[in-house]
Design a protein around this ligand. Structure first.
Ligand SMILES: Cc1ncc(COP(=O)(O)O)c(C=O)c1O
Length: 347
């Protein structure tokens, strides 16, 4: 019985060819291919510019620095998200302020954000979790800069327009199992050219006239070549994700579970099935059938920080089952997933 992985990059001969070409050229570090990758992603999202970085975390770190956010400032973000956000906020010594999740979308809850705003709130980081756009209209209405986190939502749409163009800036991640990949990698996109210039300056240390602290958060041309190749395939990747999601909706509609919110702009980076009970025994049972599933967030941030009072996040976290969904998932694998999940979760 072949194992069906929970997530996997979609790579092929094209990627091997373009990366080999960069190696053969002799110029492998950051160069023209990185610049082309930045311009291409900016164009795809519909923003004025982009700065590539070594990871999504690095992209958020530099964005916070370039916004001059530091000690004594508060940054609001959801508890229900990976710890990368907490790390970036800690790098700049700002205070993390965690917001609750919306029970239906699992995204950051604007009503709860509003309650947590203070005179020292300097930014709200808004992940479009699992590929479903957050409530940007509400979240951008508070007069506080919004940093969109599109790590899981490259190509997703809010009101018909690509996410990443609504906030003060947006960060992307190109980690191996993200929507499109460069192995590791990230990017900041924005319409604010001054902000992007500051981020570009902070990203690299060489040939500078001052000794201000700078970083080495660059990406290589080898990775950028892979990124360009993946970007070309992005519409196909998203089409395939939506097709698999449709199959899952049809297969699971009669199960006594909660299925993901249907939304035109959703790209189904993850397909989350909501259970009333703890998901861990279900994950073990599916693993026994050769299907790797996961809790989509390893641990909510309020637990790391030992803070109480996030009942919605707790409930979602414990009851969310993430099943395999990625462009290279084969038809027969989809059938196996629908069959085993239906058997397990049916009455
Ligand atoms: C929502 C979200 N934001 C940020 C990140 C951080 O990206 P990276 O792993 O490229 O640093 C991730 C990665 O898992 C993520 O899922």
């Amino acid at each position: 019985m072949d194992l069906i992985l929970h997530s996997k990059p979609t790579l092929g001969n094209k990627e091997i060819k373009v990366v080999s070409e960069v190696i053969a050229s002799g110029h492998i570090a950051q160069g023209q291919t990185v610049s082309l990758f930045e311009q291409s992603v900016a164009q795809e999202i519909g923003v004025k510019g982009a700065v590539v970085c070594s990871s999504g975390t690095a992209a958020l770190h530099l964005t916070l620095l370039a916004m001059e956010i530091g000690a004594g400032d508060e940054v609001i973000f959801p508890s229900y998200v990976c710890s990368a956000l907490l790390n970036a906020v800690r790098y700049v010594k700002a205070t993390p302020v965690l917001a609750e999740a919306d029970p239906r979308t699992h995204n950051i809850d604007p009503v709860d954000v509003k309650k947590r705003l203070s005179s020292t709130t300097k930014a709200i980081v808004v992940p479009h979790l699992f590929g479903l756009p957050a409530d940007l209209a509400e979240l951008t209405s508070f007069g506080i800069p919004v940093i969109e986190d599109c790590a899981q939502a490259v190509g997703a749409r809010y009101n018909g327009r690509k996410v990443g163009a609504f906030g003060h800036a947006a960060i992307l991640s190109f980690y191996a199992t993200k929507v499109m990949t460069t192995g590791e990698g990230g990017m900041v996109v924005s319409n604010n050219r001054d902000l992007l210039d500051r981020i570009r300056d902070l990203r690299e240390y060489d040939q500078k006239k001052s000794s201000a602290v700078r970083y080495n958060y660059k990406m290589t041309d080898m990775q950028a070549a892979m990124g360009l190749c993946q970007l070309e395939q992005l519409p196909n990747f998203i089409r395939r994700r939506k097709k698999i999601a449709q199959e899952y909706y049809s297969a699971f509609e009669k199960l006594p579970v909660e299925l993901p919110l249907r939304d035109e702009g959703h790209i189904y980076y993850r397909y989350i099935i909501g259970l009333k009970e703890d998901v861990k025994p279900k994950i073990d049972a599916l693993e026994g059938k050769g299907i790797m599933c996961a809790m989509p967030v390893y641990m909510p941030i309020h637990r790391y920080l030992k803070q109480g009072g996030y009942p919605v996040t707790e409930k979602i976290w414990k009851g969310s089952l993430s099943i395999p969904i990625y462009p290279s998932l084969k038809d027969e694998e989809i059938s196996r997933v629908t069959h085993e999940v239906s058997n397990l979760l049916g009455n």
